[in-house]
Design a protein around this ligand. Structure first.
Ligand SMILES: Nc1ncnc2c1ncn2[C@@H]1O[C@H](COP(=O)(O)OP(=O)(O)OP(=O)(O)O)[C@@H](O)[C@H]1O
Ligand SMILES: [Mg+2]
Length: 267
C-alpha cells in the first residue's frame, strides 16, 4: 500500500465492509469493500441492474444491507444519518413547491432556523445559476434547471457526503457537459466526499479521483482505477492523452459484461 493510500484510509469518510444485499432470492451484490476519503470523488460504473442505486440507498440508510457494514465518519449506518444528501436521476423535486421552497426543504427538516434558511437558500440559488427563478415551480423549469435545483437542494445542507445517482442522465448532452463542469467548480469551492454513479464512462473519469467498476452476478468491485489527472478538471482535461487512455481502460473493463448481456438478450 502506498503512502497516499494509507493517508486516504486514515481519513476515510465512508467505510463499506463486506457489504451484501439481496432482495428475496435475488442476490444483487456481495462482499463490496470500498472507502471514500474526505474530499474524494469516487465514480461508480457498472452494467444496468448491477446494484448501483441499491448501493447508494444503503449508504443513505434508506434500505438495510443484508450483510456487512457501512460507517460514515465512524458511525454505523442503520437509518438515514444527518448530513448525507442524495441527488436523483429524475430530479426528485416537489412539484407543488417553488425553487426556493424545494431548496429550503432539507434545511427545514434539519431544524435550521428560518432566518438562517432565508440567508442560505439565495446563496445556493446563485451558486447553481438559478437567480431570478426563486419563485418558479418545477414545471416552469427546463430539465437542466430542475437538475440545478436538485443539486442546490443537496448542497444547501452542506453535506459531509453527497450521493449522486446518474444526476445528469435526464438532460441533453450540452446541458450535461455544462453541469459536469459546474459541479466540478462547486466541488473546488466546497470539497466534500462524493459517490457519483453514472453510465457515462467519460463522465466517470472526468469527475472521479477513482473509478470503481462493479461487475458480475452477484456484482462485486471488479476493479478500482485511480484517475491520475490534475485538478481542477476543465474542458481541456477531455483532450489529454491520459484521459483517453483511462476512458479506454474503463471501457474495456466494462465491455465484456455488456457484450454478454447483449448475447443473453439475443437468445
Ligand atoms: N425494491 C426492490 N425490490 C426487488 N428488487 C429490486 C428492488 N430494487 C432493485 N431491485 C433489483 O435489484 C437489482 C439492482 O437494481 P439497481 O436499481 O440497484 O441497479 P442499478 O445498477 O442502479 O441499475 P441501473 O443502471 O439500470 O440504474 C435489479 O435486478 C433490480 O431489479
Ligand atoms: Mg440505478
Amino acid at each position: 500500500m502506498s503512502t497516499a493510500e494509507r493517508a486516504l484510509r486514515a481519513d476515510a469518510r465512508i467505510r463499506i465492509r463486506e457489504l451484501g444485499k439481496h432482495y428475496g432470492p435475488l442476490e444483487v451484490f456481495r462482499d463490496v469493500n470500498l472507502e471514500v476519503g474526505d474530499r474524494e470523488i469516487v465514480s461508480i460504473v457498472g452494467p444496468s441492474g448491477c446494484g448501483k442505486t441499491t448501493l447508494l440507498r444503503c449508504i443513505d440508510g434508506l434500505i438495510p444491507a443484508s450483510s456487512g457494514t457501512i460507517e460514515i465518519e465512524g458511525e454505523k449506518v442503520t437509518s438515514p444519518l444527518p448530513g448525507i444528501a442524495m441527488v436523483f436521476q429524475h430530479f426528485g423535486l416537489f412539484p407543488w413547491k417553488t425553487v426556493f421552497a424545494n431548496i429550503a426543504y432539507g434545511l427545514k427538516l434539519a431544524g435550521v432556523p428560518k432566518a438562517e434558511i432565508d440567508a442560505r437558500v439565495p446563496r445556493f440559488i446563485k451558486l447553481v445559476g438559478l437567480n431570478g427563478f426563486e419563485h418558479a415551480y418545477p414545471y416552469q423549469l427546463s430539465g437542466g434547471m430542475q437538475q440545478r435545483c436538485g443539486l442546490a437542494r443537496a448542497l444547501a445542507i452542506e453535506p459531509r457526503v453527497l450521493l449522486m445517482d446518474e444526476p445528469f442522465a435526464a438532460v441533453d448532452a450540452q446541458t450535461r457537459e455544462i453541469l459536469q463542469f459546474e459541479l466540478l467548480r462547486i466541488w473546488q469551492l466546497r470539497p466534500t466526499s462524493m459517490v457519483f454513479v453514472t453510465h457515462s464512462i467519460e463522465e466517470a473519469v472526468l469527475m472521479g479521483h477513482r473509478v470503481v467498476v462493479l461487475k458480475g452476478r452477484p456484482a462485486g468491485v471488479f476493479e478500482t482505477i485511480a484517475v491520475d489527472l490534475p485538478h481542477p478538471r476543465t474542458r481541456a482535461t477531455l483532450s489529454y492523452p491520459r484521459f483517453s487512455a483511462l476512458r479506454e481502460h474503463v471501457w474495456t473493463t466494462l465491455m465484456d459484461e455488456a457484450r454478454a448481456a447483449e448475447l443473453l438478450l439475443q437468445r
